[in-house]
Design a protein around this ligand. Structure first.
Ligand code: NI
Length: 231
């Protein structure tokens, strides 16, 4: 399931983040690419210890923690510190710098021994679609290939098991953040079921507050969560 998180950041927050990103010290993305990938990777990224990256990353994590849609869909246990990339028009390829791929299953939180399983991938857009051409995030879904290019401040989440790529940027500059969440629920199908059930319960609670079945449906939700979670 691909899910758009609209307006994760306010226009004012996006503006301040953009100012910081535009004056940050970027480095060649090839420094972190593998040998084969390095031959085609040509994006820029913030070093993992970048103060700007850490500040904006903290803001993103704070907003995600208060976002009901993200919490319901991702069911986060651990979230990796957000990373940042910048793609200039005319380069050869996009976000992760090379064609279709599936991300590594685990990443270690820098400076720790904590491993994070990449159950849910998130991209936060810091450029508006009119600022660049190309640069679409292409994600293979059960319904085929989905093309994602969202407003600055919006986020998209999709299963870490998905084949994906970013199309080459042919004009302008694309700023984005990407990171992974280790979910309480490893299976994307089970997460989807829990998300649908939770959304229905929320809707029923709004439309018919005090409905007698809300408590039993909520109980079923939590019992499924207990049964399927690995934490
Ligand atoms: Ni990737």
């Amino acid at each position: 399931m691909l899910l758009r998180i609209p307006a994760l950041l306010t226009p004012d927050e996006v503006r301040r983040c953009r100012q910081a990103l535009e004056s940050a010290a970027w480095q060649d993305g090839r420094t972190t690419a593998g040998h084969v990938a390095a031959q085609v990777k040509s994006n820029l990224q913030l070093p993992l210890d970048s103060a700007t990256g850490q500040q904006i990353g903290d803001l993103i994590l704070d907003r995600l923690g208060r976002n009901p849609l993200f919490m319901s869909a991702a069911l986060p246990l651990k979230v990796l510190p957000p990373r940042f990339n910048r793609y200039e028009g005319g380069g050869k390829s996009g976000n992760h710098g090379y064609g279709n791929h599936i991300d590594n299953a685990f990443f270690t939180i820098p400076g720790t021994a904590i491993k994070v399983r990449t159950d849910v991938s998130t991209t936060v857009f810091f450029s508006d679609p009119y600022e660049y051409e190309g640069g679409e995030l292409m994600v293979q879904d059960t319904y085929g290939e989905q093309s994602v290019k969202l407003a600055a401040g919006d986020a998209i989440i999709y299963p870490g098991t998905s084949l994906h790529r970013v199309n080459p940027v042919t004009r302008g500059t694309r700023y984005a953040s990407f990171f992974w969440t280790h979910s309480l629920i490893k299976s994307a199908e089970q997460r989807r079921l829990l998300f649908d059930l939770d959304q229905s319960i929320q809707q029923l609670t709004q439309e018919q507050p005090g409905h007698a079945r809300i408590a039993s449906l909520s109980g079923t939700y939590h019992n499924l969560l207990r049964m399927w979670s690995e934490a």
